[in-house]
Design a protein around this ligand. Sequence first.
Ligand code: ATP
Ligand code: MG
Length: 570
Amino acid sequence: MTMDKEHHHSEDRTSPADAWADARAMIDAPDGSINIAYEAIDRHVEQGHGEDIAMLWLGKTGSRLPFTYADLADASGRLANVLAAHGLTKGDSVFALMGRVPELYVTALGTLKAGMIFTPLFSAFGPEPIQTRMEIGSANVLVTTAELYKRKIAGWRDQIPSLRLVLILGDDAPEGCVALGPAMAAASPSFQTVRTGPEDPALIHFTSGTTGKPKGAVHVHNAVVYHAFSGRYALDLTPGTIYWCTADPGWVTGTSYGIIAPLVNRVTMIVDEAEFDLDRWYSTVQNEKVEVWYSAPTAIRMMMRSGADAAAPYDFSSIRFLASVGEPLNPEAVIWSEKVFGQPFHDNWWQTETGGIMIANRPGMTVRPGSMGQPMPGIEAGIVERGEQGLAELGSGQVGELALRPGWPSMMRAYLHEQARYDKCFVDGWYLSGDLALRDADGYFWFVGRADDLIKTSGHLIGPFEVESALIEHPAVAEAGVIGIPDETAGEIVKAYVTLNPGYDPDAQLERELRGHARKKLGPAVAPREVIFRKTLPKTRSGKIMRRLLKARELGLPEGDISTLESDES
Ligand code: ATP
Ligand code: MG
């Protein structure tokens, strides 16, 4: 294995001031103003890179359309002019509801150019989650397709008084809406980017809703400083890199690292309109010669499920760096990817709230399978515990809440309309993440679980990730979700839900075998008492296992907010 490269110690930390000075030097920010779209697109055109390919769009049905930086400058300028022509101004709120089509990217950039606030939604959301989010975000504009409008919006549109304009992709629009195609064609491509300051709001991202009702996190234009920096140093994005982020912009990863960070670093980004399909994905990496690939554990586990044989016919020699985010990456997945792609997936950790990658296995770092890596330069992370005297920082090897020193450029500035909840995240000079982790003696951080998911059994504290990873090491298991069930004697007992790889039968013998396997790996106190077989596990649209839902269903409790729930056949 080539995981042992150069060794990085936690001591060689860069001070935040130095890191942000370096980061600011990566962008232009003329005379104190700063605008994400200008940094992502127009700056490159002005500097003579207009003919570089910014986006290579792969359509569901096989089309392959390149867009240069000049093309995106032109289209986003037209979109900004369309918004302005309808009387919209700086600070207005623009929502996008569509698949991963080129117009989504143009809408994001045009909105930012116009100094307006951009909010992307998953096109697969039902009417209700869309309406709720547009209410919370006081939407003034919606850009969508005729079909989505008819199916999901038309019925309640009048209930959002702030909504002034609905733009419909293509040449025809239903009554009360404006067709975007002719409007764009009539608009001028040149638009003077609206002057925005570092603290002007730019984006609203809703959290994944894994632990409860999604929160709307507000991000500002200054975030681009951190997107530039982390794209370069956590993902190895350099001008001309062929880069593929598989996330949908409806989730923060698909915007921070699926639009902004790559364009600011002047890469060629691949955008695939289609959903996961093993052969399509492998062919795309091979044929487009993808160099940097950023994906998520749920997709990686799907690849693993199909086996190394399915990958064998493809040529992956273009790959230079692989990264993963969104959920803990099981050590098994790291080792598997090293074998199949000649590169391990490098796990990194962050949240909608942090706006960018905070802890990472960076290029060149020694990967410790199962670890999230180390804090980015300029990021100070700690493991803390709430005590009577406020927060106490814990030493290495101790499990506590993962906390960050606020102050990096892409930190959220608010939870929309939830000031108290926002304030509660900050205690004694720390931002509290709600995740539990530990730091080892060498400064690597290890994810334990979300604070809500921790299991307390017979005096032990158990993180579900540890148990899930042990189960996944068994050849029969594809995915696992582990929860604690109340128990009179033990406090809680550990219960596992698993999906199986092809060729395995969900019978009593396998159940016994899995419990035995877990007992050997984890010891009797930590191993699950019961293993339940499922065809699928409940997940968010961003691919996260919803343990709270497994638990609510197990205990017959209310399911809570399920607006982000994806497939669910359980
Ligand atoms: P909500 O806050 O609405 O419950 P969410 O926390 O899942 O949803 P996101 O902001 O999309 O919403 O996800 C961030 C969370 O995802 C982190 O707090 C962490 O729990 C998990 N996560 C992200 N990356 C990793 C990682 N590399 N390892 C472990 N967990 C991760
Ligand atoms: Mg969260």
